[in-house]
Design a protein around this ligand. Sequence first.
Ligand code: IGP
Length: 267
Amino acid sequence: MSATILDKIKAYKLEEVAADKARVPLSAVEEAARAADPVRPFGAALRVAQTTGYGLIAEVKKASPSKGLIRADFEPATLAQAYEAGGATCLSVLTDTPSFQGDKSYLVAARQATSLPALRKDFMYDTYQVAEARSLHADCILIIMASVSDAQAAELEDAAFAWGMDALIEVHDREELDRALALKSPLIGVNNRNLKTFETTLETTRELSKHVPTDRMLISESGLFTPADLADMASCGARSFLIGESLMRQADVTAATRTLLADPVAA
Ligand SMILES: O=P(O)(O)OC[C@@H](O)[C@@H](O)c1c[nH]c2ccccc12
């Protein structure tokens, strides 16, 4: 079987982490994490937003392996402020460089420029990365079930909780969802994009929504473009969304964010 993009990302990420560990020892990262800004509640902010409207995790995303360059004029702090002014609930900031042209400094800049809680969007395998996320002031980490074992997922989640952060558990099929439900985090992100083939369809949220218990928060991720898409997902029980590309392609990010959130279907 040929290696998927996810296999390739995992291979270089493990090398990156090994190099980071050699350069900055865990004790130093932990010290920086302890000195970081207090955690801003991530899941709780979404829960509040969902009661009257939609929860939006707005993604600061320059490029992706499937779409190439998404936004040339890219200034993380300015974009984060535009999202906040448009009514976003939380931020997601890509810190992976080889595939997404992200950077750790973008997370710091975006979060610092706003009062929004921020997700470190990266491929996490090692609790070193979790401490590092907190040292960058992250309020939540992503755990991609397609890319980690059950034991690894539990270890990453425990580490996030120990630092006071939330964990967004990302799934793409029924098997990953069942594994995610064995974890503690209430935040379940259904990625409409298959990270192995890049195929994107909202059918993924429609199908998996039937199997997400009501005590978990269903967050629909990727491939969302219009208010009609959001209404469609809301009819399946997803009232929070992770959106990057469709907003990043707009000249006026604040206006585009406002338009997307303007007319939520009744809760
Ligand atoms: O740009 P989109 O289609 O709106 O998608 C945003 C977000 O869901 C997507 O960037 C994403 C979801 N899961 C990921 C895991 C790694 C990297 C990126 C992602």
